[in-house]
Ligand binder design. Structure first.
Ligand code: SAH
Length: 221
């Protein structure tokens, strides 16, 4: 009846509010703090993921599909690391060996860890992926970790919400300092940018100004 419908609507609103709150926390804390948040409150992770899937479901295209298509065009022998893998769409869609990292396991394919410190040897992967996953404020530390595990000449793919970039050129310049040269930029989607880099060498260990992404905060609906 009407009261059940009302209750369902209230519950939906509460979940949406919790999603926005958790999302904001993830974008405004370090990856270590995010790891603590989800460890102490696994329900927060579920709520976050449901909200995330709803948001991306509204987009005309999910960037993860673009990355899958890209990987399918390249040799299946390449080893991939998926940082912030969520429900492991990449690992379950390609033939490659994929190391899938996230804070909480949504799938048995996930290795649970903070993406700033993954259990991989140096120079052991060919392709590192961050699909909508560059969330922590310790961006530089996270990208240095990707640099560490990538082989020389290896590929770094970054898909991020378009409105998070303040200045793409400054971002790409900062990436150069971290040991990544820009290979291609796909800015054709209104929702996300897809950037491809190649590892040129180790990062220069100093702050990379311009390496800034705005938090992606969702509006109340
Ligand atoms: N790449 C997936 C999921 C994106 S949602 C996709 O495109 O479908 C962002 C993911 O990054 C979430 O699953 C979140 O838990 C994860 N994440 C955020 N901070 C992390 C961290 N410090 N270490 C590991 N995973 C993290």
């Amino acid at each position: 009846g009407r009261s059940a419908a009302l209750r369902a609507r209230m519950e939906e609103r509460l979940l949406a509010a919790r999603f926005r709150y958790i999302n904001q926390q993830l974008y405004t804390s370090t990856s270590q703090e995010a790891a603590q948040l989800f460890q102490s409150d696994p329900e927060a992770f579920e709520i976050y993921h449901r909200g995330f899937a709803q948001q991306v479901g509204r987009w005309p295209e999910n960037p993860v599909h673009r990355i899958v298509r890209y990987l399918r065009r390249r040799p299946a022998s390449l080893v991939v690391a998926d940082f912030g893998c969520g429900d492991c769409k990449i690992a379950s869609s390609v033939k490659n060996k994929v190391h899938s990292f996230d804070l909480v396991p949504l799938s048995p394919l996930v290795t649970v860890c903070d993406m700033a410190k993954v259990p991989l040897a140096a120079e052991s992967v060919d392709v590192a992926v961050f699909c909508l996953a560059l969330m922590g404020t310790n961006l530089q530390e996270i990208l240095e970790e990707a640099n560490r595990v990538l082989k020389q000449g290896g590929t770094l793919m970054v898909a991020e919400v378009a409105s998070r970039f303040e200045d793409i050129r400054a971002f790409v310049n900062a990436m150069t300092q971290l040991g990544f040269k820009s290979v291609s930029k796909d800015l054709s989607s209104a929702f996300f940018h897809l950037l491809e880099f190649a590892k040129t060498g180790p990062p220069r260990r100093r702050p990379a100004p311009g390496l800034r992404l705005r938090p992606c905060l969702y509006k109340r609906r």
